[in-house]
Design a protein around this ligand. Structure first.
Ligand code: ATP
Ligand code: MG
Length: 218
């Protein structure tokens, strides 16, 4: 039996993907929040899901370990997108990538004066491109999580991170000073799988596209 495998991360991407899967007649047999399984079977024997770290999704699809995947634009930009076909913006897991600083830090003045600004982020590539385009001098510090902590303890002047409600920033007395780009998650497809497993892959793309088309803009 020919099978297709879709890689995605648990949490908000999984939850927000469930309705799209349902529209394609795909229902997972396990809930990744409670199950420890990393491979989830579905009601359709030819379709399975891989639960991987959000940043690892493009890698699984690039090398063909998964035929399809769902990944944030943030993750795709850092990965580079090699070997990936990106047919659809799924408009899920929406947020924005932005620059934030402690309440007392005058970011505009620092930029105007041409000061070197220390910026902590896990988005090195995207941050580098953003500040270079704006002519802002920065020293980037790579972190893997909890960027909000860095300015509070003197590790950095600013952070580049994802924001949706702004609650985490507020709780840590940080303010957003610049939006870099809006973020949402995209469907990604292995280019070889698109050709070799066309009969299984294309209907998933088509159903997702129709389902999105039927939804009003949020
Ligand atoms: P972890 O939080 O376990 O370290 P992670 O940060 O890699 O893992 P998530 O926080 O689940 O994973 O984020 C996965 C994706 O969801 C991100 O790549 C981004 O596209 C999107 N995302 C992240 N934060 C938000 C948010 N606050 N609102 C909406 N979407 C978000
Ligand atoms: Mg996170």
């Amino acid at each position: 039996m020919e099978r297709i495998t879709l890689a995605l991360s648990k949490g908000r991407i999984f939850t927000e993907t469930l309705p799209l899967l349902a529209a394609a007649g795909i229902v997972p047999q396990d809930d990744p929040e409670t199950s420890r399984r990393l491979i989830l079977e579905t009601n359709r024997p030819e379709v399975r899901l891989l639960i991987v770290r959000a940043t690892d999704v493009p890698t699984y699809v690039q090398y063909g370990a998964a035929d399809l995947g769902i990944a944030g634009r943030d993750v795709l930009l850092e990965h580079g997108g090699q070997g990936l076909y990106q047919p659809l913006d799924l408009r899920i897991a929406r947020c924005r990538l932005c620059v934030a600083v402690p309440e007392g830090f005058d970011y505009a003045a620092a930029v105007r004066l041409g000061s070197r600004i220390r910026v902590a982020t896990k988005y090195l590539k995207t941050a580098k491109a953003h500040f270079a385009a704006k002519g802002v001098h920065v020293d980037l510090i790579k972190l893997y999580g909890s960027m909000e902590l860095a300015p509070l303890v003197g590790l950095a002047d600013a952070i580049v991170d994802l924001v949706s409600s702004g609650n985490t920033l507020r709780a840590n007395r940080l303010v957003e000073v610049e939006e870099i780009m809006p973020i949402s998650s995209r469907l990604i497809v292995n280019q070889a799988a698109l050709k070799l497993k066309h009969a299984l892959v294309q209907p998933v793309i088509d159903t997702f596209a129709e389902t999105l088309h039927d939804q009003p803009d949020a």
